[in-house]
Design a protein around this ligand. Structure first.
Ligand code: ADP
Ligand code: MG
Length: 268
C-alpha cells in the first residue's frame, strides 16, 4: 500500500442513530442541541423524532375526537392530515431549526419519501393509516451524510398502494439504524433510562427485558423502545442506549442512562 499524502483516505466516521422522543421535545435545551456539533466530530448522525404530545394538542385544538382501539388512536385520513402537519411540518422544522442555530447542517426528511421507509399496514381495520416497516432504502440518508448533512427523519412510511402511513418513531429509528449499519442507537426520552423501583438500570439484556415486560416493570411507551432495541442489536450494532434529554449528549454517552447489550458486560 502506498502512503503518499495525496492518496490518504479518511476513515468514515461511525454512524449513530438518535431518536428524540416527542415527550421530551419541549424540554430540550440549548445545551442539548449544542452537543450535536461536538458529536459530529466523532460520528455521522441521523435523527429520528416522535411528536405524540404535539399531535394530541393540535387534534384537541381542532376538536377532532378520533376513534380508539385498545387504547391506541386510530389514524383516520383526517387524523393523518394533522399528523403530517405536526410531525412532518412544525415538529420536524423546529428540531431542524434548533440544530441550524447551533451551526449543524440539518435537513428534514420524511420517511415516506425516496422509498426510505417502505411500509405495510399494521392493522388497517382497527388502526387505520398506521404502518409497520417492511423495508428501508437508506440511499438518500447515505447521500446526505456523505455531503455533511444531518438528516432529521419524520417517521412516515409509504405503502405499495402509495398511501402515506404513520410509523411509531421508536420502530422507525430501530429499522433505520439496522439499514444504515449504525454502530449505536440512542433513545432520548423523558426518563433517565429503564427504571426499576425508581432506580436507573445501568445495563440490561434482551432476556432481562422480556422478564421485565412480563412483570409489568416495563410498560407503555417504553415497550416499543426496548422491542426495537432488541431487534436492532447485532454484531455490528452492539449497544442501544436509553437516555434522558435533560442533559447534553456526550461522546459515546458513557455513564448515563441504560445500556442494552446482547450479553451483559459491565464495562463500556
Ligand atoms: N421501566 C420503565 N422505566 C422508565 N420508563 C418507563 C418504564 N416503563 C414504562 N415507562 C414509560 O415510558 C415512558 C417513555 O416512553 P414515551 O412516553 O413513549 O416517550 P417518548 O416520547 O420518548 O417515546 C416513560 O415516561 C414512562 O412513563
Ligand atoms: Mg413513545
Amino acid at each position: 500500500m502506498t502512503t503518499s499524502k495525496s492518496m490518504q483516505v479518511t476513515e468514515p466516521k461511525p454512524l449513530i442513530v438518535i431518536k428524540l422522543g416527542g415527550s421530551m421535545l419541549d424540554r430540550l435545551t440549548e445545551d442539548f442541541y449544542g452537543s450535536f456539533q461536538k458529536l459530529q466530530e466523532h460520528y455521522q448522525i441521523i435523527i429520528v423524532h416522535g411528536g405524540g404530545p404535539a399531535i394530541t394538542k393540535l387534534l384537541g385544538q381542532l376538536n377532532i375526537e378520533g376513534e380508539f382501539y385498545d387504547g391506541l388512536r386510530k389514524t383516520t385520513p383526517e387524523t393523518l392530515e394533522v399528523v403530517e402537519m405536526v410531525l412532518g411540518g412544525s415538529v420536524n422544522g423546529r428540531i431542524t431549526g434548533h440544530l441550524m442555530e447551533k451551526g449543524v447542517s440539518a435537513v428534514g426528511v420524511k420517511g415516506s419519501e425516496a422509498a426510505l421507509l417502505q411500509a405495510d399496514y399494521l392493522d388497517k381495520e382497527n388502526l387505520g393509516l398506521v404502518g409497520e416497516v417492511r423495508d428501508v432504502n437508506p440511499l438518500l440518508l447515505h447521500k446526505l451524510l456523505e455531503e455533511g448533512y444531518l438528516p432529521v427523519v419524520a417517521p412516515f412510511g409509504r405503502t405499495d398502494d402509495h398511501q402515506t402511513v404513520n410509523i411509531n418513531a421508536d420502530v422507525a429509528a430501530g429499522a433505520i439504524a439496522t439499514a444504515v449499519g449504525a454502530e449505536k442507537l440512542l433513545y432520548v426520552t423523558d426518563v433517565p433510562g429503564i427504571l426499576v423501583e425508581g432506580k436507573v438500570l445501568a445495563y440490561t439484556t434482551p432476556e432481562e427485558i422480556d422478564g421485565m415486560i412480563d412483570q409489568g416493570i416495563i410498560y407503555g411507551g417504553m415497550i416499543p423502545k426496548v422491542h426495537s432495541a432488541t431487534e436492532a442489536l447485532s454484531d455490528h450494532l452492539e449497544e442501544v442506549r436509553i437516555v434522558s434529554g435533560d442533559q447534553a449528549l456526550m461522546e459515546g454517552d458513557a455513564l448515563s442512562g441504560t445500556s442494552i447489550r446482547a450479553k451483559r458486560k459491565e464495562t463500556v
